[in-house]
Design a protein around this ligand. Structure first.
Ligand code: S3P
Length: 428
């Protein structure tokens, strides 16, 4: 049964937090640990259901791992996984399906990957085409949708230009490149998050980067690591945007992932009026981590377009949710990819904002949301999408009256416990 949660307006945000491990890094480390030699220990592994889907697929592929709280210990098998007796259930996770496809393309057996209703609607041709060029044989449902059937093969390296900027696809091809003869080169139209490249290096592989191109030579052996996964900046985004709503907010987030290909949100919020300071900056396995202190101030509007849209792709729902409260509004362009996420996020944001009384212009590739608007509490539909559920909990904090989030349980995909933590930091 879909869960409903009531969010009451707040006065400001105050408190200290540390966040569950980054979802993008957790998926990548779990997959690479499985095909590495030796035992990998991962602390602060993502608590989200998406990363549990990755772990469960890996178990079906013969990988032994154990989980105690947020620590996951993975016994690497080396490059050869074991065929799964049943289809691999990727749940709601596009990352699991796309990135694992890269590993499965290089195995000497056939795998089937399936997902829930939302994942079954998402485009997979973007991994199918290049992985087939490398030698795998892949069948999919109509329109290149899941389920996928991947007959692994001896792969050969390709030089491939990604038609859409996607870190999942880039990572999938770099993972496949590990199994290919020759050097695989992947060029992206815009630089996307580089967790795949950094994770491969952390596990001992050499990955070269020149401009927007990443290259990997096949046949490299991976070795196990011990790592603490940085807190997820895309989860922190909800609290940072909440803090930005109130001039009196004081929020501290420690151990937060600040990879420069992910952290544009902080620059953007500073430009909008949030005061941010970063301390205790360090690097772990190539990933930057630090403590962020945020103090609320003014809330000015902004226009978001490429290359920034691509860097903010997971944060746009919450930015749209606070847009009506900015002085001059937020315009989002170049965000067509949001239509093929866990839900059609552009439509879901427009509908829910209108339900709360906001004026919104919807475009094929984005939204224009005027500033200086007053919203009223309303009944919001998460569309089964974790980021929509959490984004509208933030919009509710400055609305008049209570907001009911229907399908709030979707938050477990990336952040179980989100609503409890939100209640702890919202002051009324
Ligand atoms: C991710 C990349 C992005 C992002 C997703 C996670 C990743 O997707 O939206 O939540 O971990 O590489 P795309 O690769 O489809 O842009």
């Amino acid at each position: 049964m879909a869960q409903e949660i009531i969010i009451r307006p707040g006065r400001n945000i105050a408190g200290t937090l540390s966040l569950p491990g980054d979802k993008s890094i957790s998926h990548r480390y779990a997959m690479l640990a499985s095909i590495a030699e030796g035992t990998t220990t991962l602390e602060n592994f993502s608590t989200g259901a998406d990363c549990a889907s990755t772990l469960n697929c890996l178990k079906s592929l013969g990988v032994n791992w154990e989980r105690a709280g947020n620590r996951v210990v993975v016994q690497g098998r080396g490059p050869n996984l074991r065929p799964s007796a049943r289809p691999l259930d990727c749940g709601n996770s596009g990352s699991t399906m796309r990135m694992l496809s890269g590993v499965l393309a290089g195995q000497n057996f056939t795998s089937e990957l399936a997902g829930d209703e939302s994942l079954s609607r998402r485009p997979m041709a973007r991994v199918i085409t290049p992985l087939e060029m490398m030698g795998a044989r892949i069948t999919a449902a109509d329109g290149g949708r899941p389920p996928l059937r991947i007959a692994g093969a001896r792969l050969r390296a390709i030089e491939y230009k990604l038609p859409v900027a996607s870190a999942q696809v880039k990572t999938s091809l770099l993972f496949a490149g590990l199994f290919a003869s020759g050097e695989t080169r992947v060029e992206e139209p815009l630089r996307t998050r580089d967790h795949g490249e950094l994770a491969l290096r952390a596990f001992g592989a050499e990955v070269k980067q020149h401009g927007n191109e990443s290259r990997i030579a096949g046949g490299q052996k991976l070795r196990a690591i011990e790592a603490t996964i940085p807190g997820d900046l895309s989860s922190a985004a909800f609290f940072l945007c909440a803090a930005a709503l109130f001039p009196g907010s004081q929020l501290t987030i420690s151990g937060l992932g600040l990879n420069p290909t992910r952290s544009f949100l902080l620059d953007l919020l500073v430009g909008m009026g949030l005061r941010v300071s970063v301390t205790q900056l360090e690097e772990t396995h190539g990933e930057l981590v630090g403590t962020v202190q945020a103090t609320g101030g003014e809330l000015r509007g902004v226009t978001i377009q490429n290359p920034h849209t691509a860097m903010l792709i997971d944060e746009i729902p919450v930015l749209a949710a606070i847009a009506p409260y900015t002085t001059t509004g937020i315009e989002i362009r170049d965000a067509r990819e949001l239509r093929v996420k866990e839900s059609d996020r552009i439509a879901a944001m427009a509908t829910n904002l209108r339900t709360m009384g906001a004026a919104v212009e919807e475009h094929e590739d984005g939204l224009k949301i005027p500033g200086g608007q007053k919203l009223r509490g309303a009944k919001i539909d998460s569309h089964g999408d974790h980021r929509i559920a959490m984004a509208f909990a933030i919009a509710a904090l400055r609305a008049e009256g209570e907001t009911l989030i229907c399908g709030a349980d979707a938050a477990v995909i990336s952040y179980p416990g989100f609503f409890e933590v939100l209640e702890r930091v919202v002051k009324r």
